[in-house]
Design a protein. Sequence first.
Length: 406
Amino acid sequence: MGYVPPQEHLERYADVLVNWALGGGDGIRPGEVVHVTAPESARPLYIESCRAIWQAGGHVIGDYRPDDDDERNWERVFYDTASDEQLDFFAERYERGFVDEVDHGLYVMCWNDPHSLSEVDPARMMRRRVSQSPFREWLDAKEDAAEYTWTIGLYPTPGMAAEARLSIEEYWEQIVVACFLDDPDPVQRWREVTAQVEAQCAALNAMPIERLHVEGEDIDLWLTLGEKRAWKGGGGVNVPSFEVFTSPDWRGTEGRIRFSEPLYIYGSLIKGVELEFRDGGVVEARAEENLALLTEMIATEGADRVGEFSLTDGRLSRITKFMANTLYDENVGGPFGNTHLALGRSLRLCYDGDPDTVPDEEWERLGFNDSVVHTDIVSTTDRTVTAVLTDGTERVIYASGKFLDS
């Protein structure tokens, strides 16, 4: 099956995912149920993750899928074959029972062919995404109630490495370094990094920030933080995760931004994304490649609004190469760290309080955006972020790839 990393790295990777990332940094508890999703190519990590769950006393609901490498690509076959009725079908009773049963979700991201869905009509993919939205809403509600956690890990293939112009060995080396798999106790290393990220969040949460002004050669953007907002750190939701993020009031977004990194989404590549915002919404979108997919995505309800703003301190992240994958590129370090926005759904964990107690009309009043999509787009160019405080004073909080008060 091609290159497989050393067994000790696979075991440490599974240990990080199961015994740190899930459970919000605490790992799983005996008796809990974990849904594990992976394709064929990720079999080594799938098996080690299941082993780690069983060793921790948990139960596995397996979701092992065929690869996407040829004409037998099951997902492409679905989109090529499905009628509108089949695109809209939602197995409500099955999905409701599944949500009630599961305590955690572990998703292994892996593609043999990163462009496997590039010829599929974007409108069909968006239609399918909308039809399955109740499932996402149920899981979100369970997560808000602190009854469900999830994490994502990456298992690379030669096709994924080729997109980043790396060998499979070089690609794996970035994963090993980024996730501390070269350390005898990577879980402890992640706890130390988490403490540093939490300190950055605490410093920001202590400031009475009203607005943010993000400036650079390719950006002049204003964001309104909004009421009851909190800055959060990754905390195991993604592995790796070095970012500090919040969900601003989407209505206060004004200005322009160009993203230096390409966006890999729905089996396709979008390059050179530029967005202009007015009155909180995207009024103009440009792309050097695959504009049709970007346009279709933004046309989805709520996907023309900002759902997240994020910064990564380059001093924490050990990722130094472009990985052609948002999970890594949104956490890249290097000389300028990274800045990224997500279009679409806001993150309710960024509510300063108990999100499980907030009614729908209050989310709307506070400017938390709702959408079936949440699409992160990344820049690694130099940005300066200035906070405008409630008393009108200004304070630079991030420049040259690092937080200035951490």
